[in-house]
Design a protein around this ligand. Structure first.
Ligand SMILES: *Cc1c(COP(=O)(O)O)cnc(C)c1O
Length: 377
């Protein structure tokens, strides 16, 4: 019996051709032809006013934190149910993540809890679109406007997903995409910062180019480039951008193939939801998701461990998500919580992600489904 990994990065078959083209161009540092093509693709797909390719979503989030010009002890409201980079980017600047609880249905930040967590030190709200399903953005943007806060979208999982017809990553002041190999569109390690509020555009270019105005220099706008501001090296090289651009060109078909697998899980597991054995993902009507993930929420942590073992017995890898940040050692040192995080603690202990990747054949998916069904029999 072949083992079924949790994830297997998809290759379109056109990556090497693009890499050869980049090689022939002879310009392998960042900001070349393929970087520009990738950025144009993001701008066209999302409608953001400017996109900057980075070497990871983590890097894009760090850039967003630099752009906020934070002072020590400034506060950033975010969910605890997220990846470490969401918090780390701000902790690196001396700011304090303030965690609020998530919603039962989407596992996204509970927008009704945000306003109460705002203090005079609050500078931004960082939302995470879990599983490529949007947060309740209209409500969150209205709160931010009222309190003059910046909204940053951690849209690491949200490429090709939308809210009320608007692309994730294009709704807040800034957004961050991930092209890590575990994401839908990937180049191993990669990301992008999406700028929607034009006030940040000029400074973002400087931060990405080690704090210099090199981008302006290359456009002929200044006759030499100098150290302008605090910055770092956040540009990916051209070979990675060339690889990524091949993936972008296939983004719609990749998304369709993932959606097909997602729907197959969703239909097959409906009876188990009706019998009360598990809960399936909820997609609010205003959200179009991208099938980044299929997860189940089972009755308790003991059932989850047993189900992981049952799947392992047939060589299927299923994984949990996330250990809430507020309960982790660094979370306790660097952040604080606002109110009880009951839903975060409850759901993170019961959530199980099933394999979902382009190339997972239906026969193997049927084995996964049959194993889950047999487990609950
Ligand atoms: C994957 C992920 C990241 C980090 O992305 P990298 O590109 O690996 O830096 C950040 N936030 C969330 C929610 C993610 O899923």
């Amino acid at each position: 019996m072949a083992s079924i990994p949790f994830n297997r990065p998809h290759l379109t078959g056109n990556e090497l051709q693009n890499i050869m083209q980049a090689h022939a161009n002879g310009k392998l540092a960042g900001d070349g032809q393929f970087t520009k093509l990738c950025e144009q693709w993001i701008e066209e797909k999302t409608g953001c006013s400017r996109s900057l390719l980075t070497h990871s979503c983590t890097a894009a989030l760090e850039m967003s934190a630099l752009l906020l010009d934070l002072k020590a002890d400034d506060e950033i409201i975010m969910p605890s149910f997220t990846f470490v980079s969401t918090a780390n980017a701000f902790v690196l600047r001396g700011a304090v993540p303030v965690f609020v609880d998530i919603r039962q249905d989407t596992l996204n930040i509970n927008e009704t809890l945000i306003e109460n967590a705002i203090t005079p030190k609050t500078k931004a709200i960082v939302v995470v679109h879990y599983a490529g399903v949007s947060c309740e953005m209209d409500t969150i943007l209205a709160i931010a406007k009222k309190h003059k806060l910046v909204v940053i979208e951690d849209a690491a999982q949200g490429v090709m997903a939308s809210y009320k017809g608007r692309a994730l990553g294009s709704l807040g002041d800034m957004g961050a995409f991930s092209f890590h190999e575990t994401k839908n569109i990937q180049c191993g390690e990669g990301g992008a910062l999406l700028i929607n509020n034009p006030v940040f555009a000029g400074e973002a270019e400087i931060i990405r180019e080690k704090g210099t105005d090199r981008s302006r220099f290359f456009r002929g706008q200044v006759d030499k480039y100098t150290w302008q501001s605090v910055g770092s090296s956040y540009l990916p090289g051209e070979l990675l951008a060339a690889f990524l651009y091949a993936q972008m060109r296939s983004a719609q078909s990749i998304t369709n193939m993932r959606l097909n697998l997602w729907e197959r899980y969703h239909t097959a597991l409906e009876p188990l939801e009706q019998s009360g054995d598990l809960r399936r993902p909820v997609i609010p009507p205003e959200c179009v998701h991208n099938a980044h993930m299929y997860y189940l929420i089972v009755r308790n942590e003991t059932v989850r461990s047993a189900l992981i073992q049952a799947l392992k017995a047939v060589d299927v890898m299923a994984v949990i998500h996330y250990v809430p940040l507020h309960s982790a050692p660094a979370g306790k040192r660097f952040s604080r919580t606002h109110g009880e995080l009951t839903v975060t603690e409850d759901l993170s202990a019961r959530l199980l992600r099933l394999p979902l990747w382009v190339g997972l054949i239906e026969e193997d998916q049927d084995l996964i489904i049959a194993t889950v069904k047999a487990f609950f029999q």
